[in-house]
Design a protein around this ligand. Sequence first.
Ligand code: B1H
Length: 840
Amino acid sequence: QIQEPQLQGQDTGMQCEDDRTGIGVETLKRAFLDNLFYVQGKFPALATKHDYYMALAYTVRDRLLQRWVNTAAIYTQEGSRTVAYLSAEFLMGPHLGNNLINLGIYNQVQQAMTELKLDLKELLAKEEEPGLGNGGLGRLAACYLDSLASLEIPTLGYGIRYEFGIFDQLIRNGWQVEKTDKWLRYGNPWEIARPEWAVSVKFGGRTEAHKNAQGRYRVRWIPHKVVLGIPYDTPILGYKVNTANTLRLWKAEAPESFDFEAFNRGNYYGAVDQKVTSENLTKVLYPNDETYEGKQLRLEQQYFFVSCALQDMLRIMLRQKLPLEQFHEKFAVQLNDTHPAIAVAELMRLLLDEHEMDWEPAWEITQKTFGYTNHTLLPEALEKWSLKLFSSLLPRHLEIIYEINWRFLEQVRHKFGTDEGRIGRLSLIDENDGKFVRMAHLACVGSHKINGVAALHSELLQKTTLLDFYEFFPEKFTNITNGVTPRRWIVLSNPKLTNLITSCIGDNWIKHLEDVQRIETYAEDPGFQQEWQQIKRENKVNVAEILLDRTGVKVDPDSLFDIQVKRIHQYKRQHLNILHAITLYNQIKQNPNLDITPRTLIFAGKAAPGYYIAKLIIKLINSVAEVVNKDRDIGDRLKVVFLPDYNVKNSQPIYPAADLSEQISTAGKEASGTGNMKFAMNGALTIGTLDGANIEIRNAVGAENFFLFGLTTEDVGALRLTGYRPREYYEQNPQLKQAIDQIASGYFSHGDRSLFKPLVDLLLDKDPFMLMADYQPYIDCQQQVSQTYRDRDRWLQMSILNTARMGKFSSDRAIREYCQQIWKVQPVPVQLAAEKTGDG
Ligand code: B1H
């Protein structure tokens, strides 16, 4: 019998300043130098900045591990109900700074580094961020993990350990160039591999019937290939709690390094080939945000991580000696969009084929287990897999999906009679134009709750995309408006604002963002306003330095910082923003003495490598920037800058430096948006349409503190129906005509008239996102913005009220709603062993 190891420090009484857990400045310095020597193998004299970063990362990791191990022990002991968040993307951002905040040791560590003549900021900058996501959807998953841990909810995040995350973006001659993201190049101090919990995942082949020991027919799947899934765990520490949950990401490996038979036949390359093919599975993140590509490798990735996750949950149940009938009581599994929706069929397969359960109980467990979050209404993002591909890769799952569909459509007939139109619309199989498996339908049928991510989005889901499902089971539908974590997006990103708020109202707001309300009483206080303005200015100076460093463009920190940072998409309308830039430029050119509010327009964001128009929009922004920025008539009154390689790390200084946040999507297209929340929390005012969470933000901060313009979702629908003629707006509006004509004539492209022709033609002939209709209202609204900015006191008051009233948009609120409405989970507080025994 092996004895359980004693938790360190339990009976020594010395854990407080233990070199691996202590948080005093002296202890931190000692531990840091120790790690530099024993982990990095360096003396300070030879150490690089990166060595110092690694030494600090390990010093912090030691302090996490104690909490992580304790958390796991308590969850295991208590068999706690656990959230499993399944997501193809987790856009975590750098870990070090966030862990310092959540451990509550930022200041001590800063002091320790200073005493060692090092600059904490420089070390933080050395971290290569894990860019395992495209944009909002992946970043939402990361914010939710932070809130789940902070609220002490037992959670496992399950996803894919892509060897290459989202590409790095370079700008060459104004065009986007993609570079592979080698984030693992120098090692990853935040993860621990757990090869002992590897699982096998099958692909392809065929199925056959066989009789089991009880003489009953079961199905057996004889695969064509098997891939190993190796879990890599990263601790996710909550804010000032002992809870450290786990993000478990799976890497694909070949079951054996060699096919020995092939090797013995002298086919060395053939033998290595299998290994290479297997490992391709988790090589690279698909860089499409909201456009679906029917690629086999993508379906393989989805099935791979889902199967790994569900097998892992079954292993945990076995270890905790829980019967499989209690699967849905042990785990609440959330599907982050349809990317993991194959989980519905996979759980059925595991219960039916591998654990010999009958259909009815297995189906009941499955439906009670899953919840499904929809993140988009864009038709091009809805996943459907051709039957040909699906059956060749997942033959057993297709059989199960047919059975689910058959039983479901029987119920539909029972409720609505034989309405073949309705049945065709509800079917899990699309037979309109070729045959496809509809993943959103599988997710709806296999889940007990379906939610959208903002009030408008959930309403539109029920009225349009999922209308037939809503009519069939209305009780499944709900809304949970997105939120973002104030720890990363205020405390870490904007330390000066954090100190000011805390000096006025204490620090409770960091855990309960509704409390930030209390700064409202200072909204008109001249002293407070003065400090508020000073902080915004310092944050703008910081960004001005970054812009100068990365783009060579010098901007005036006293100008209005007007910022649009997000993925480049037609529906997000970066090109509408550029039409405004051109309009301002023309106004100044026509009237060189024009007294306008000086502005700096800042753009950043990546375009999917295959999205031609999005890449052309980047080129247009840079082309306009080139002309505007070097025009001496313009001077400091207008600057346009494109900041390359937008990612979590680069975004952190941006939100605190914004005066104006651009949230200008065509109404009805942006499901929620989350950047809109990060800006407003940091005191930016929003110019925006009635879309996604903008509507709720405007309701919260007050209509008088929000710059609204543009068509509503209803207007958009009505205009389409009556026949939208974009060219008429162009012909009837001289300012608009001038701007478009300049783009077309080569004014911004050294006379090249062909360069932007595809974009111009699209806008004048089709304009699918109605820029022409929204142009003048947008320009007028921007004029309002400029006017208001000149009234310093009014602007400051509006800015303060924005921050004060953003409490609702904390991801803590969102997660509380998920816990109550969907997951039915309770917090499980974690005490450190030392605290429990009372000698800490
Ligand atoms: C969102 C996606 C998305 N919605 C497919 N859908 C992807 C779809 O790789 N793919 O195949 C990747 C991403 N992402 C975003 O989710 C919405 O556009 C935002 O409005 C929303 O705020 C965010 C989080 O809910």
